[in-house]
Design a protein around this ligand. Sequence first.
Ligand code: KIV
Ligand code: ZN
Length: 441
Amino acid sequence: MDCVQQCKIRPILVSVRQALTVILLTSVAIPHLLLQDRISSPEFFTLIYQLIMADGKVYIFDTTLRDGEQVPGCKLNTKEKIELALALESLGVDIIEAGFPISSPGDFESVNQIARVMKETTVCGLTRAVQKDIEVAAEALKPARRPRIHTGIGTSDYHIKAKFNSTREEIIERAVQAVKWAKNFVDDVEFYAEDAGRTDNDYLARVIEAVIKAGATVVNIPDTTGYCLPHQYGEKIAYLINNVPNIDKAIISCHCHNDLGLATANSISGVLNGARQIECTINGLGERAGNTSLEEVVMILRQHANLGYYTDVNTRQLNPLSRLVSDTMRMPVQANKAIVGSNAFSHSSGIHQDGFLKDSQTYEIIAPEEVGADGSKIVLTARSGRSALAHRFQKIGYQYTRNDIDVLYANFLQIADTKKEVEDTDLHAMAKAYEATAVAN
Ligand code: KIV
Ligand code: ZN
């Protein structure tokens, strides 16, 4: 179901949920908050909103092909973009932001071609709050089964004064006009309040109310500069829920940048406070320090299923797609990157290796196959212990006793101190030397 359909059937869902809400509120939530004397707290209103609105589905809006492609050196041609879009659709993302059509003829072509080949996925094109941008995006999106225009404008005082030399009132007017103009072409219009992270909440609430009234189906609250702390970003979302009277007519979206390494935490905090869409990229690619990493938010919601949220992403495709994006964009993934880094399932210290070999769950919270990784790895370094050494010897065909391993271990440490990692070829050489001395004795 896309966001427009969601908005259309929402009244029916709301009626059903309202009945459930009354039961839940009167029997559980209100007595609980009453007991704690928190009946007028923001948590109370957030709770009511969540009970009425949420079915637990979090929409995944992938912007690898737009914000991700803004990374210097990551520019993609149309063929590469189509290949990645098809892989993203097969991964199960709900929305693909395919590009910024007015920015170049090449990007127009990419958005247009992607719009032709997507079957179920919503295809989105970015615009500024400028009529021409919107018209060009609408043209590029024409063949799409589910088109969405993503339009918006800066709302923080930094943007209003430095970028636009304008006033708050004028910015609201421009925002409303942009959404109304986009509505002439598509039903599904997402509005972004650029730099919402540093926008005064009161003013932001006024902007959001106005654009929803103008027809926005999704309202995007970007922490454009990656400035917010998780509790601040969450409070911003809660503030909108509590202070925008028509907020139930749109889905709230998180778009967080990673300048302080908080993009993932902020997006999750947004969801916990009522947002239902996360904008993210494969491998966390994006402007400057990047965006929220798709694989991280998807796995957080899956690992913490008790929170009651889910996505439609097929997690087994996460590692293969991470490699495809990395190869296509010529952008290596850091080894210690969560979920998709080459060390994400590697164990190197003796204490960890011993625990892992006894029961993988002692040091792994995700099974590698669940995210399509190659498998767990026991890496031999000077910090490794005897059980890891025995395990690796066994893996390459040597069955040694405890005594054998004691002797071999001393030898192993000498080699390990001279190298970063002891490889299978070193183990074969050690085994050969050990067996030769055993025969000689
Ligand atoms: O970071 C940002 O604010 C953006 C908007 C264009 C959505 O990328
Ligand atoms: Zn961005």
